[in-house]
Design a protein around this ligand. Structure first.
Ligand code: ADP
Length: 613
């Protein structure tokens, strides 16, 4: 009993307070252990008045039995069984399910210490016998007028369940987004997904992912977290016929309707699952379809247990929908990746077959071509008079074009040999400046006839460079022939200089240039720039691709800079001898070509081209 002197208006402190104010006023306090309100102490009256008229949830624990008074804003904390029965009830009984957590806090207050706790987990008997709830609250003493006697405890509280659960679920979704989408195979994507779900046992007591076979008749378990040991509950293979005996999962119905199905009373349906952190049994599971955005067929199913301590409300449901969406997205991404890889492999196979075909064809062409060229040369060697003049003109034309064809066939053969990894290179220490100048000088008269300036600047280098001379010759000749072919005025310069760790050959011209959009393409096989005018229409689009392969065989790089109408510069950078693969240079021996293409650049380029054609 809390008593004090009466005042002018004894029940004035119970004014206001909405529903709770009305209940307080209507309640028969005459036989209640707290006694009639008009006899309560001033401290209690003030606390009760504050509580009733606050819009913030407040609970008062009054008297030695910590009897409960609360306000309107506090009602949502209570389930239907607690409100209004809790008004005036002893705290220990009314909140028995959380007393182990809050009892010690009352002891603190009794010891004279106010307390404050943030986001404390409770299990309220509210919508469920034990509902997972989070509360931030403070306990302060209500002291008598002597400022020492404890008459009650003033508790201001706010429920933070929505925020705590929101953050927890968001973190799961974020992890799913980060980790599932980067997987390269469907299995890995599913495994990663359940790994992430495993880290959130409070929302996901168990989870299984089943993916459908192509025919849609069988679902296979791809990944699972905390699944029961009983193999019949989560079989690895799940035939989808409506009569399949696997309880309790109606996968066939989900496949047919493409809608989620809630499976209730799991224990009575033969599925026994205990919640990971509590002794409670999981009662409900949800089967969500894994939908593929671009296809009407399902990818599979996501079976997930529902926490026995949370109601499957709209927030929980939309969280699980998003989880299923992430899994389906991850599966779709991984499938796209897998099919892209298969496509690339198929293209690489086609590319390899093509290389073999080129190689065989070029071989077959070479013999008859050589057999054609020698009789033509014999004819041309005949003294004047033995061959009529018009015949000589025709034979000359046939001879020139046969040589051109032979050149092309040889180039194709070179190229396919390198592509097939069968090229043999003999790296020799070479005075590369001198050798290059010699090769370039062959073009002097051609430039003169074409009315072009021709400069060669190849000063001595500090050390020899290891090159396969035949290959280097092809590099230089191809670059120079192109320069002449695509330059109509101005000139051509061949420059060679030492760099920090090797040499750089620059072949520059003042020709028509290459449009920026075409620059990345010019080293691709058979790529020719459309509508580009050259000195001759001859060309196959293979020259630069071959040059690039040859440069790569020397562990070098080739780049091109160009401005339309201003000219083009090709730069070939080669390392000095030590830069070549171990044992690959410096002995002057014939060695199999190092597989520089393992870098993948050319392979991918090749596959992409094959796709274009
Ligand atoms: P092609 O046999 O057609 O000359 P290449 O592989 O040698 O084949 O060259 C590919 C394309 O790059 C050419 O068709 C041409 O359009 C362009 N090209 C190469 N070199 C030059 C250059 N020096 N100036 C302008 N365009 C060039």
């Amino acid at each position: 009993m809390i008593s004090a002197s009466s005042s002018q208006e004894p029940l004035g402190f119970l004014r206001g307070g909405g529903e709770l104010g009305a209940l307080m006023r209507a309640k028969d306090w005459s036989t209640h252990p707290l006694g009639p309100p008009e006899t309560w102490t001033q401290s209690i009256k003030t606390a009760v008045s504050l509580c009733l008229n606050s819009r913030f949830p407040i609970l008062l624990w009054l008297g030695p039995e910590l009897r409960i008074v609360y306000n309107n804003a506090y009602i949502p904390f209570l389930g239907e069984t607690k409100h209004p029965a809790m008004l005036g009830a002893p705290g220990r009984e009314a909140w028995s399910e959380i007393w182990p957590a809050i009892g010690p806090m009352h002891d603190e207050v009794r010891a004279g210490r106010a307390t404050w706790v943030e986001d404390l987990q409770f299990f309220f008997a509210r919508r469920l016998p034990l509902e997972e709830v989070y509360v931030t609250f403070s306990y302060s003493p209500i002291l008598a007028e002597d400022a020492r006697t404890l008459e009650g405890v003033f508790c201001v509280c706010t429920e933070t369940t929505e925020r705590v659960l929101g953050e927890r679920r968001l973190s799961t979704l974020r992890d799913l987004g980060l980790r599932v989408s980067e997987q390269r195979t469907v299995d890995a994507a599913c495994r990663k997904a359940v790994e992430v779900l495993d880290a959130n046992p409070l929302d996901i007591p168990f989870a299984a992912i089943y993916l459908l076979d192509e025919d849609g008749a069988t679902a296979r378990r791809t990944a699972g977290a905390r699944l029961s040991d009983d193999p019949s509950t989560f079989p690895t293979v799940f035939p989808l016929s409506e009569h399949a005996a696997h309880q309790p999962w109606p996968l066939a119905a989900v496949a047919r309707t493409q809608k989620a199905v809630e499976v209730r009373n799991l224990p009575s349906r033969g599925g026994i699952f205990t919640a990971p952190l509590w002794p409670d049994l999981v009662q409900t599971a949800l089967i969500l379809p894994l939908e593929m955005q671009s296809q009407s067929a399902l990818a599979g199913f996501f079976i997930v247990g529902i926490s026995p301590r949370r109601v499957l409300d709209a927030d929980y449901r939309s969280f699980l929908d998003l989880v299923a969406g992430h899994i389906a997205g991850g599966v779709a991404d991984a499938r796209a990746f897998e099919s892209e890889r298969r496509r690339a492999e198929a293209l690489a196979d086609i590319d390899r077959a093509k290389t073999i075909f080129f190689s065989n064809v070029s071989h077959e062409f070479r013999t008859p071509l050589t057999l054609m060229i020698s009789p033509l040369e014999e004819l041309l060697a005949k003294p004047e008079g033995e061959l009529p003049e018009d015949g000589r003109v025709l034979v000359t034309m046939a001879h020139r074009n046969s040589l051109r064809l032979l050149k092309l066939v040889n180039m194709l053969l070179d190229f396919s040999r390198i592509e097939a990894g069968r090229a043999q290179a003999a790296y020799e220490p070479t005075d590369l400046s001198r050798f290059t100048a010699e090769l370039a000088s062959n073009f002097g008269s051609l430039c003169e006839r074409a009315g072009l300036r021709f400069d060669i600047a190849c000063p001595p280098l500090p050390q020899p460079v290891y090159v396969d001379r035949d290959m280097w010759e092809k590099i230089v000749l191809n670059l120079l022939s192109n320069a002449i072919k695509y330059t109509f005025e101005g000139g051509i310069t061949v420059r060679m200089a030492a760099t920090t760790d090797g040499v750089a050959l620059r072949v520059s011209d003042t020709g028509i240039g290459i449009p920026t959009a075409d620059l990345p393409q010019i080293f691709k096989r058979f790529h020719r720039i459309e509508g580009q005018k050259g000195r001759s229409f001859e060309g196959s689009g293979i020259g630069l691709a071959l040059v690039q392969e040859l440069v790569h065989l020397h562990c070098g790089i080739i780049t091109a800079e160009s401005k339309v109408g201003r000219g083009t510069t090709f730069t070939v950078g080669l390392p000095f001898g030590t830069g070549l693969p171990a044992g690959g240079a410096g002995r002057g021996s014939t060695l199999p070509v190092p597989h520089l293409r393992a870098s993948g650049r050319l392979r991918r380029g090749g596959a992409a081209m094959a796709a274009q054609r």
